[in-house]
Design a protein around this ligand. Structure first.
Ligand SMILES: Nc1nc2c(ncn2[C@@H]2O[C@H](COP(=O)(O)OP(=O)(O)OP(=O)(O)O)[C@@H](O)[C@H]2O)c(=O)[nH]1
Ligand SMILES: [Mg+2]
Length: 179
């Protein structure tokens, strides 16, 4: 019997972008979550927020397994980002298009996860494009190119299993191509 490979992937991004939702949408196992009542309704109006991590798994064809770790989005829990990212192969970065500052949000997360970005191990998903017009996909691309980065950027819905799976596939392909 051959034992399949395991890939550790981080899902990060702004508060309310859909990290917890995305992991719930694709996990093949019961998700571990650490939701607490959201005391910062001014930052984002929703009932709960992640305070430590989300955990889910997907089984790929051929027996490989992807372990997905979701981070909190709030800056005050950002100490968890480095802890969770330790040993990670790649990163799915979700940006909420309906934030007042989505382009700056993208820049801030690219800086925080610079090493993975420089290694071509990041895919970006822009969520909530059905909610507000926001920047164009070209403007998001410009944030990347201004930093000398060439990374895939997708317009996605964090609730759609197929969209998240597409990002996982794109990430694994990018990492393979970069090696
Ligand atoms: N309209 C719309 N709603 C979305 C989209 N993606 C996710 N959502 C919703 O937006 C909310 C996102 O909440 P969470 O999944 O808790 O977000 P999170 O990124 O884990 O947030 P924190 O843990 O607080 O950082 C949920 O209510 C989702 O159903 C999208 O593309 N469009
Ligand atoms: Mg969350």
């Amino acid at each position: 019997m051959t034992i399949g490979q395991e890939y550790k992937i981080i899902v990060t991004g702004t508060m309310g972008a859909g990290k917890t939702t995305a992991i719930g949408a694709i996990s093949d196992v019961t998700v571990v979550s650490t939701e607490a009542a959201n005391s910062d309704q001014a930052a984002y109006a929703k009932a709960s927020t992640t305070v430590a991590l989300d955990y889910g798994e997907i089984k790929l064809e051929g027996g490989d397994r992807v372990r997905l770790y979701g981070t909190p989005g709030q800056q005050r829990f950002s100490f968890m980002w480095g802890i969770l990212a330790k040993g990670a192969l790649g990163l799915i970065l979700l940006i909420d298009n309906s934030s007042p500052t989505p382009l700056e949000d993208l820049g801030r997360f690219l800086t925080a996860f610079d090493e993975l970005a420089q290694n071509g191990a990041v895919v970006v998903g822009i969520t909530h494009r059905d909610v507000t017009a926001g920047p164009t996909m070209g403007q998001y691309q410009e944030v990347l190119s201004s930093r000398g980065l060439s990374l895939p950027v997708f317009s996605i819905d964090g609730r759609e299993r197929e969209h998240i799976l597409l990002m996982v596939d794109a990430l694994l392909s990018s990492i393979e191509a970069f090696e």
